[in-house]
Design a binder for this molecule. Structure first.
Ligand code: PHE
Length: 369
């Protein structure tokens, strides 16, 4: 080797190394081949490294020129190797992007019935959608309130006195007392949202409140968690006639029976005066709605009690209104001809598949909800 160097004056060996390295780089089509070229050139036993080491043996009068040529070559080769690496990385990325390309414009594959993607709307949600569509068309907005309520919102402000049976432990789920010493409750009805709505909104008010409610009760027709929808209308000169017209229209639209018999029966709620239970006509034997001699209780209602208005800062001589509350499972069961409430919350996919609604066909008044 020493001999070769000493006999080379014009640096032919350097020129050969440059050409061969460039050819090898061009031939390297992936990063692994590229790395082999890099190691064979610049590595500890690489060809350029060997030439640099050999500089010591070069006669003194040639060393300076030779050293400068080697340094130029080294810089050139390092740049060429680096440039090739960038090229190959770019190509690898482009290939990967091509391979992993997703066509987001493809229509979804049809799903087999019963597979995980084959979703549906739970009958409770569907019922809420339906009643929201009907009351929405009458100008009602949807209001919401918390499931955990203060004693005052759930009872006190609604004129439910301390000794009322609804306050007994066997009906109400109580939580540990708060700073005021009072125990918060899981709301036993949606009526506390009447209070929250009147406290936060200026009348006129037309609101419905669908939501979860809780009572310590469990059998075929009672669940400790169930759903209600509250209704509240506050305006000047609201009468019992408005209440009756509104509820008759709603019940006939919801059950899809134009002449559904509706009966208003005097009743008692602490937060309405007068109060009425509302019944619809049905046949107890066959379960058919709108036919037969029997009556089925379906909801509670009444004119908002003056004390409740006053508790919310409204002057009962200026503002009147009506309120109602009904069980969502109950009206869903009647409409679908179900007899047992428990499957609503058991998540049995066979039941859900049977009673679910199509998510792509929301209820529409024009088609009859
Ligand atoms: N909150 C009553 C219940 O749960 C229903 C109701 C609401 C009655 C509004 C009258 C007015 O039974």
């Amino acid at each position: 080797m020493t001999e070769a160097i000493t006999t080379t004056t014009a640096g032919d060996d350097l020129e050969a190394l440059r050409r061969e390295t460039e050819a090898a780089l061009a031939a390297a089509t992936d990063l692994r081949a590229w790395d082999a070229v890099r190691v064979a050139t610049l590595g500890r036993n690489g060809r350029l490294t060997a030439l640099l080491k050999g500089l010591a043996q070069v006669p003194a009068e040639q060393r300076r020129e030779r050293g400068a040529a080697l340094n130029r070559l080294k810089a050139e080769l390092e740049a060429a190797i680096e440039a090739r690496r960038a090229e190959l990385e770019q190509a690898a990325l482009a290939a990967r992007l091509r391979a992993e390309r997703l066509d987001v414009t493809l229509p979804p594959r049809p799903t087999a019935p019963g597979t995980a993607q084959d979703g549906g709307i739970h009958p409770i949600s569907r019922t809420v959608e339906e009643l929201t569509a009907i009351f929405g068309a009458m100008g009602f907005a949807v209001a919401e309130g918390p499931d955990i309520e203060s004693d005052w919102h759930n009872f006190g402000a609604l004129n439910i006195p301390e000794h009322h049976p609804a306050r007994q432990d066997h009906d109400t789920f109580y939580l540990p007392p708060g700073p005021d010493g009072r125990r918060p409750v899981l709301r036993t009805h949606t009526s506390p949202v009447q209070i929250r709505t009147m406290l936060t909104q200026e009348p006129p008010i037309r609101a419905i409140v669908p939501g979860r409610t809780y009572r310590a009760d469990h059998d075929a027709t009672h669940s400790p968690m169930f759903h209600q929808v509250e209704g509240l209308v506050i305006d000047r000169a609201i009468t019992l006639g408005h209440l009756k017209g509104c509820l008759i229209d709603f019940l006939r639209a919801f059950f899809g029976i134009r002449d559904l018999p509706v009966r208003f029966r005097a009743s008692y709620f602490p937060f309405t005066e007068p109060s009425m239970e509302v019944d619809i006509g049905w046949n107890r034997r066959t379960g058919e709605l709108g036919k037969g001699e029997d009556w089925l209780e379906i909801l509670g209602s009444g004119m908002v009690h003056p004390k409740v208005l006053a508790n919310c800062g409204l002057d009962p001589r200026v503002w009147q209104g009506f309120a109602f509350g009904m069980g969502i499972e109950r009206i869903a069961m009647l409409k679908q001809g179900m007899t047992d409430l428990r499957p609503f919350f058991e998540s049995d996919v066979r039941w859900l598949r049977h009673y679910r609604a199509d998510p792509l066909s929301p209820p529409s008044l024009a088609e009859g909800v």
